[in-house]
Structures are given as C-alpha cells and as structure tokens.
Design a protein around this ligand. Structure first.
Ligand SMILES: *[C@@H]1O[C@H](CO)[C@@H](O)[C@H](O)[C@H]1NC(C)=O
Length: 506
C-alpha cells in the first residue's frame, strides 16, 4: 500500500473521530480492505473522501475550448459550472480523470483492430456532456451516455493488473440503457486496441450480447457479464448461468474481479440493498487460465475497439488485489448512500402530450419553413395558414410520450397516425412504429432550450450529441461539427432551433 493510501485512511479515521460527517469514498474503502484503487473514474462524484481535483473535462462546441469540472464540497460534481460553460452551445466529455493519482485518465479511444471510429481521424466519438443527467442526494450531476461509436480508452497505463495478477472492478451503469452490440465494457483490455487472444481482457460487460456462444444469464437480459476477449462470460464456459439475472433496476452496481483460476461476477441495485454473487468459481476453459491481462482501460467499447454497443457509465474503479466480498459490500453501501436518482431530461418551452404542434425553422434564410414530410422523408416546407389541408397536415405533429424513454417525447405524424419521426442513418424519416426497441429509441427526442435562444432544440435520446437539423431543406440528426456535411459547424445553433406553435403564420 502506498503512503498516500495510508494517509487517506488516517484522514478518514480522523473525520470519524472528530464526529463530523465521514464520507469515505469507494476508494478509501478499497484501500482499507488492502486492495487500493489504481484507477478511479467518475463524472458524478469524488471517489475518495479528500479528492478535490478535476473529475472530468468538457470540450465546448462554440470555440473548442475546454474546462475541468470538479467536485463541490459535498463531493458531487459541480454540474452548474458545466451548464454555464456550455450555455448556448454543445459540450462533449473529453477527459475522464483518474482520481487515484496513477494518471490513468480516459480519453477519446483511438482506432483499433475491429473498427476505426467514425471521426475523421478514425477515433471513436466523445460522449455528450448532457446525455445522462442524474441527481446524487438531490444535487445535479451528469453521467457518460455512450451511444454506438462512442468510446474512451487509456493504452498507456500505470499500475493496473497484468498477466494473471488479481484485480477488482466495479461500475455503476444505467440498467435501462443497453443493446446487443459489442461491447459496452469498463475495465482491463489490450494495450494495442487489437484482439490479441483469449484471456487478454478482463472487463465488466453490460448488455444483451449473446457472448459469442459462451452462454448468457437468465431471461432476456440485460446481464452483467465479463468480457475476457473472444467471449462474454456469465459464468463457466458454454453454460447459461441462471444465477446471473436479467437486470431490472434503473441504476445498477456491476462487479467483475479475478485472480489466478478464480473470478466472480457480482451485482445489485445501486440505490438499495446489498450485492449478490452471480458467479464465483474457476476460469473458463480455452486459454483463460492463466490470464494474460494487458492492463489498458476501456469504457464503452471492446478490447479491439468494437464500438457498436451503448450504455451509460456514472462511476467505476479498478483495484490492485482481489477485493473481499465484505469490502465490496461496504462500497455498495457507499454507492447507495450517494443517492442516485433520475432527473428531467428536458428544458425550454414545455411540450404537452396530446397537443398538435407545428415546428417553425428559425434560421434567417428559412423562417417561413416548417418541419414537414414528403412520404417517409422529413424535410422543411413553406407552409402558411392558406396552404392546402394536405400540406398543413404534412407539417403537423402530435406530441406523444417518448416511445423509448418517457422523460422525453415522440412526434406522431398527423396525416399518418401510427408513424413517427425517427432517425435512421442520421436522416430523419417518418416510419410506422414497429414497436421494436430500436425504433422506440430512434423515435425519442428530448427538447431543450433552443441553442440559438429561440424555441427548442430536439436532442436525440439515443445519440445525445445529435439534434434535429434542417440542412438543404432535409431533416437530419446532426452534431456540432463532425464527419458528415450536415454536421457543419456553420449555422449549427440556428439550424437546430425550432419554434413550437399550434398553427401556421399567414
Ligand atoms: C503511477 O502511479 C503511482 C502510484 O499511484 C504514482 O505515484 C505515479 O506518479 C504514477 N505515474 C505517472 C506517470 O502518473
């Protein structure tokens, strides 16, 4: 144990002794258990009682400047400082700092073996800074909402487990944000962003991936599993582990830990109760014992940069040494005490479910145009109160509860009931609701105050870096600069701001 950890223990004890409110963090607890953190990441709170440094860095769209977000005296991130820095523009999370003192910060994931990210330089996308708002004991903070093609990584690590070294990990995720894509992971991976073989990873996985035939948990998922490379494992190889349950809680604590020929999956509701052990036993056959861990750290992607998964990360750590169940119980109690809860995903002029609305463009070129559709293509058209009934209906929308998240909204076509505005390949279309998870998510948008100060901007729930935008009179979900022509930074704020009305101007 480092002298730094020892000092932390002393200061935590001193707080208890003084009778003041001790708020030993998860990493103080791991240190007390003899398995200190070697990486500690959170955009929502300090993970040590005395950590006052930066939690994360945000990158602002308007001028590409950055600022660090630090904890308030409560330990919770100063979300207000982010909100003021990002006012009237977009922000991305550009660095998630390592609080452990080991320098294991997470930054934009570079190209890998499985996939080159969609950014021009082959990197994955950075996450929106506002995709995952929550409160911790009533104080607002933001998690990391990772859409497909979003990823963070550190290949130049310091002190994380390698080879068959013991390690522990936990992460707090959104139990309702997942998919089957590979792979929403947090933990230990290859240092060259390539698949270097079985046993070269040991990361927490969350989602409904089928584990490439290595078995899943019970029910339909999502499950907490382990990504050990070339397989997601719910327990012993090739066997569905009925003890690894489908997760149903909004906030989930997920644990994977491993030591020579022994590993475990544990989990629980991050807002109440203790952890359960879903698997504890020997390693799978086929090259997983001894492990050949490389020690890089990934978030939101697979070890080879497979980047089609989605999920939300709030906090997580990696330790040196195999933490005891008792230590993890204390960490879980600390997470529960942090008081994670949901909060509003919207802002700006309020929408009311059941209302019929119109959506007027605010860009000065085009302010007589409204969001409309021609067949399945969403576009903008000049519409007035004297336009014919057909055109007026093509440009009228019924506000519905968000199909994919009831804190946001979906927009049903007035002339084609049962069809909704949804994004597909970043284009906006009007398609019939097929009731699939994918459609529901693609048809869910979160209005916020218009980025140009007028009306609302409509953020994609599933790709929160992207907003409804008109570009050459066609509708897209666009980011504030990016690889597509419709991501152009010029005129972005105007092109993504729309005035909600109840009819058409004359
Ligand atoms: C590596 O980690 C140790 C222990 O936390 C720390 O003292 C040291 O400064 C770190 N090295 C770098 C380069 O960050």
């Amino acid at each position: 144990m480092s002298s730094k950890s020892a000092l932390k223990r002393v200061s935590a004890l001193a707080l208890v002794g003084a009778g003041s409110l001790a708020r030993a963090g998860p990493c103080d607890i791991y240190a007390s258990g003899g398995t200190p953190c070697v990486a500690a990441h959170s955009t929502t709170r300090a993970l040590y009682d005395d950590y006052t440094g930066a939690l994360y860095q945000v990158l602002r769209g308007s001028d590409s400047s950055t600022t660090d977000i630090s904890p308030l005296s409560s330990g919770v991130a100063d979300a207000d400082s982010q909100d003021s820095f990002c006012k009237g523009t977009t922000c991305l999370i550009s660095i998630i700092y390592d609080q452990s003192g080991s320098g294991n910060h997470l930054t934009q994931a570079p190209p890998g073996g499985a996939a080159s990210g969609p950014e021009a330089n082959g990197y994955d996308y950075l996450a929106s800074a506002i995709g995952a708002p929550v409160t911790l004991n009533g104080q607002k903070a933001y998690g990391v909402f990772s859409s497909p093609f979003t990823g963070y990584r550190n290949n130049d690590v310091n002190g994380t487990a390698t080879g068959d070294d013991p390690e522990g990990m936990y992460a707090v995720f959104d139990g309702t944000h997942y998919n089957t894509g590979c792979c929403f992971d947090y933990g230990n991976a290859e240092t060259n962003s390539r698949d270097t073989g079985n046993g070269h990873m040991e990361a927490i996985y969350f989602g409904t991936g089928d584990g490439s035939g290595h078995g899943t948990g019970s029910g339909n998922g999502p499950w907490i599993m382990a990504d050990l490379e070339n397989g997601l494992f719910s327990g012993y190889d090739h066997i569905n582990n009925d003890a690894d349950p489908t997760i149903t809680s909004r906030f989930v604590t997920a644990i994977v830990k491993g030591e020579p020929n022994q590993w475990a999956i544990r989990g629980g509701d991050a807002t109440t109760g203790d952890l359960s052990t879903y698997y504890s036993g020997v390693r799978p056959d086929g090259g997983y014992s001894p492990m050949i861990k490389e020690g890089a750290i990934i978030l939101g992607i697979g070890g080879d940069n497979s980047d089609s998964a989605q999920g939300t990360f709030y906090e997580g750590v990696m330790t040196t040494g195999y933490p005891s169940d008792d230590t993890e119980s204390k960490v879980q109690a600390n997470i529960v005490a942090a008081g994670y809860a949901t909060t509003s995903l919207t802002s700006g002029p309020e929408l009311t479910v059941g209302d019929t609305i119109t959506l007027r463009v605010t860009t000065s070129c085009c302010s007589t145009r409204y969001i409309a559709h021609t067949d399945d293509v969403v576009n903008t058209q000049v519409v007035t109160s004297s336009s014919d009934d057909t055109l007026q209906k093509q440009a009228s929308w019924t506000v519905q509860t968000g199909l994919g998240n009831d804190a946001c909204f979906s927009f049903e076509s007035v002339d084609t009931p049962g069809s909704f505005i949804r994004h597909s390949n970043y284009e906006l279309h009007v398609n019939a609701n097929d009731n699939s998870k994918g459609f529901s998510e693609d048809a869910t948008f979160c209005p916020q105050s218009g980025l140009n100060g007028q009306g609302n901007s409509f953020r994609s729930w599933s790709y929160p870096t992207r907003y409804w935008r008109h570009f050459n009179a066609i509708g897209y979900i666009a980011s504030n600069s990016g690889p597509h022509s419709f991501d152009a930074a010029a005129s972005f704020n105007d092109d993504v701001s729309f005035v909600v009305g109840s009819g058409f101007d004359s």
